[in-house]
Design a protein around this ligand. Structure first.
Ligand code: MLC
Ligand code: AMP
Length: 510
């Protein structure tokens, strides 16, 4: 591997994505602090240039080739992601927590022509590429590439594809362009007052926008420092908060629940150090799922911070946010971010005028994604008069939005991850003991919602939650695995034979 700190001059290339030109201006500042070491912007520019050279392998431009990459949060991840962009490719992040069938689905659906893995994850993903024509490469090989001329990448081009679950079919690739990403990032930089002097800890996964956009890309866009840990660990995060070296932190509500629990288990001296460290920070943000007011209050006692809650979605980046300065009202998600238009509509799609009437949130503006990958019908159905239909219900109170829930019972948010009940059912129906099943969620203090499944068994089956979980873990992401099982004679159905999900949910609430 080439020494990433080498001073060798970088071959000038013609591309000028803002992220890259801004990084040039930040040259000697620290970009990344990761398990592999500490890296300046200059080193990130060089490493990603080499990655781009390797990916190009003699071509002038990847021309929106999908490059799927399975790389833990850290230096190789960032160098890889930037390298894909600089070579003109579309970055398709794979989740390090996913079992092979989920990875294979994304690789195939995206039509990835190149699959990249960190050496520690080669075994999980390389066999999958042998079943497609995809080229396989490891990150050290890529970072060892040559400094060749790079293509001019137009910012209107597709940049990123994040897979997200919906109410129909399997997960869809949400395609955002470089322009979309720029709009999403600059809205947050302005609203949350990002500065080059900021230092943020990234403890979220890098296959979703919360980690990719709000934390990593915002930090690197502004010339700030992003500290990366390979996976969330409450005590490791508390140690960093206690250091007093961070200025920003962002997490989902489950992360704050975990931090509260770990703080409560700490000796008084450590508790004081954590509180002091937090006091010296300028902002802590929560999002991706509803923040319970009790969590906000407890974290305020511990950290002195009123968490800034905001609302967003993979397709639109962030849309609504409580203010950086000014009152943050618990239970609300504030007002539209810069450049984002938000409205509420009724069941007929008509905009709702007066306050205090609930409606579906629709969003318009430069932050909104381009398309679902290779699904023109689903893309068309997601828009209404040029507005993106979020499927979330809200009400406006005193000018601030309050999220009420989702229009569909089949969308579940657990630990900040969105999952589709229908997608889980499809997989569970292939279990030999399951004749029919219905997946629902119940409220859960730690995870927000917990996944439950009611099952009609085949004759003489003896299904247990343990055996089902073991089976499901090999096929589904860990956060999609059901936590409770009820075996029933027949699922509750209406006169048309449709399973009544609210009745199923009652089986688990009793
Ligand atoms: C994991 N476990 C769960 C679970 N997830 N149990 C119930 N419900 C879930 N959802 C179990 C595992 O099976 C395992 O059990 C144990 O918990 C530890 O698993 P883990 O994978 O190590 O979990 P952990 O790292 O502790 O995860 C907690 C977490 C994680 C909060 C760090 O859920 C997380 O990273 N969430 C963030 C998701 C996110 O980034 N969402 C943003 C989407 S974008 P066992 O028995 O096997 O030990 C978006 C837009 C926006 O929403 O607005 O931001
Ligand atoms: P995802 O599709 O994974 O990007 O998740 C987006 C969904 O998360 C939204 O459609 C909402 O349902 C939910 N969400 C995000 N932020 C919040 C929030 N602050 N409060 C309630 N729900 C939220």
């Amino acid at each position: 591997m080439k020494d990433p700190s080498s001073q060798q001059s970088i071959v000038t290339d013609s591309e000028d994505l803002p992220l890259i030109s801004r990084a040039r201006a930040a040259s000697d500042r620290t970009a990344i602090v990761a398990p592999e070491g500490t890296f300046a912007y200059r080193q990130l520019l060089e490493a990603s240039h080499r990655v781009a050279g390797s990916l190009l392998a003699g071509r002038r431009d990847l021309e929106e080739t999908r490059v799927a990459y399975l790389v833990p949060s850290g230096w190789h991840h960032v160098a890889g992601q930037w390298g894909i962009w600089r070579a003109g490719g579309i970055a398709v992040p794979l989740a390090v927590s996913h079992p092979p069938p989920e990875l294979e689905y994304v690789i195939q659906d995206a039509g990835a022509a190149i699959v990249v893995a960190h050496p520690t994850l080669t075994e999980r993903v390389e066999p999958l590429t042998s079943r497609t024509d995809a080229r396989f490469a490891t990150t050290p090989e890529l970072i060892d590439g040559d400094l060749v001329g790079l293509p001019a990448v137009d910012s209107a081009r597709r940049a990123l594809m994040v897979y997200t679950s919906g109410t129909t079919g399997r997960a869809k690739g949400v395609v955002t362009t470089h322009d979309n990403i720029a709009a999403q990032v600059t809205a947050l930089l302005e609203a949350w007052g990002w500065e080059p002097s900021d230092r943020i800890l990234l403890a979220l996964p890098l296959h979703h926008v919360h980690g990719i956009i709000n934390v990593l890309t915002c930090a690197l866009w502004v010339g700030a420092t992003c500290e990366m840990i390979p996976r969330f660990d409450a005590n490791a995060v508390l140690d960093r908060l206690a250091s007093g070296e961070l200025s920003l932190f962002m997490g989902v509500p489950t992360v704050y629940k975990r931090l509260i629990a770990a703080w409560e288990q700490s000796p008084p001296e450590r508790q004081r150090a954590i509180t002091d460290g937090c006091r010296s920070m300028r902002l802590m943000v929560s999002g991706s799922a509803a923040l319970p007011v009790s969590t906000l209050q407890r974290w305020r006692e511990i950290s002195t911070h009123v968490l800034l809650e905001r609302y967003g979605m993979t397709e639109i980046g962030m849309a609504l946010s409580n203010p950086l300065a000014g009152e943050r009202v618990p239970g609300t998600v504030g007002t539209p971010l810069p450049s984002v238009e938000v409205r509420l509509v009724d069941d007929h799609g008509s905009p709702i005028g007066p306050e205090r009437i609930a409606g579906e949130i629709e969003v318009r503006g430069p932050t909104v994604f381009r398309e679902y990958w290779r699904r023109p019908e689903a893309t068309a159905a997601a828009f209404h008069d040029g507005w993106f239909r979020t499927g979330d219900l809200a009400v406006v109170e005193d000018g601030r939005y309050r999220i009420l829930g989702r229009a569909s019972v089949d969308i579940i948010k657990t630990g900040g991850f969105k999952v589709s009940a229908l997608e889980i059912e499809e997989v569970l129906r292939t279990h030999p003991a399951i004749a029919e099943c219905a997946v629902v969620s119940v409220p859960d203090p730690e995870w927000g919602e917990q996944i439950c499944v009611a099952v009609e068994e085949v004759a003489n089956a003896d299904l247990t939650i343990e055996s089902l979980q073991q089976w499901a873990k090999e096929r589904l992401a860990p956060y999609k695995v059901p936590r409770q099982l009820q075996c029933v004679q027949t699922l509750p159905r209406n006169a048309l034979g449709k399973v009544m999900k609210p009745e199923v949910a009652k089986l688990f609430q009793e």
